[in-house]
Design a protein around this ligand. Structure first.
Ligand code: DX5
Ligand code: ZN
Length: 220
């Protein structure tokens, strides 16, 4: 499967968000990972619908929206009209997976399910036919700059194995603590979409970081 970088805007400079987005995209990022947190599902608050709406006209990048919010079913339509291309909800945050997937697909957008570290791969099995992507968290969701949990790799491999057995083709994403080294570990386990925040956005170095990741991915 194609290897994709999805820079996480959580690590960008929010006072210069448009510029950071521009730099990432001009240097080879096709996706942007947008972390929405509600201070309830996770112990942190970031940004939401109006920020996505403001960014939409400034780039054609694919908006990979990671919702770390309780009962995300309440906001599906709002995130889609704001400009999300992919909506990723946590399995632990809702009892309405089928309804959300149906609404997202009806709008012609992609649907994904995220798994916190404690949630096993088996938990997502009943919903895999609905998934365009499965996100295996490689940190506890809530904060950027944490250490990669290598012990999540068996879960990545399990999701890949289940995908093969079922003859499906959804993406497998990893998120948290990704740098060039941990990216290789995750790719070997079966991931093909890599979120990176702290390793990408750094004052004056974002362009070269994105280029380095893009080159690295192109030869994987
Ligand atoms: C954490 C977020 C991540 C975060 C990753 O809850 O879901 O997307 O931005 O940041 P790094 O790459 O810095 O670990
Ligand atoms: Zn994320």
């Amino acid at each position: 499967m194609k290897h994709i970088l999805s820079p996480s805007l959580l690590a960008a400079d929010f006072a210069r968000l448009g510029e950071d987005v521009d730099t990432a995209v001009k240097n080879g990022a096709e996706w942007l990972h947008i972390d929405v947190m509600d201070g309830h599902f996770v112990p942190n608050i970031t940004f939401g619908i109006p920020v996505i709406k403001s960014l939409r006209p400034v780039t054609n990048a694919y908006f990979d929206v990671h919702l770390m919010i309780d009962r995300p079913e309440r906001f599906v339509r709002d995130f889609i009209s704001a400009g999300a291309d992919l909506l990723c909800v946590h399995l632990e945050a809702t009892e309405k997976i089928e309804e959300i997937a149906a609404a997202v697909h009806e709008a012609g957008k992609a649907f994904a399910i995220a798994l916190k570290p404690a949630t096993p791969a088996e938990a997502v099995r009943p919903y895999l036919k609905l998934c365009d992507m499965v996100l295996v968290m490689t940190v506890e969701p809530g904060f950027g700059g944490q250490k990669f949990m290598a012990d999540m790799m068996p879960k990545v491999s399990a999701v890949r194995r289940i995908r093969e057995e079922a003859g499906l083709s959804f993406h497998i994403q990893v998120d948290g603590g990704i740098n060039l080294e941990t990216l290789d570990t995750a790719a070997a386990a079966g991931a093909n979409v890599f979120v990176a925040g702290a390793a990408i956005f750094a004052k004056g170095q974002t362009a070269q970081n994105v280029r380095r990741f893009a080159e690295h991915l192109s030869v994987l």
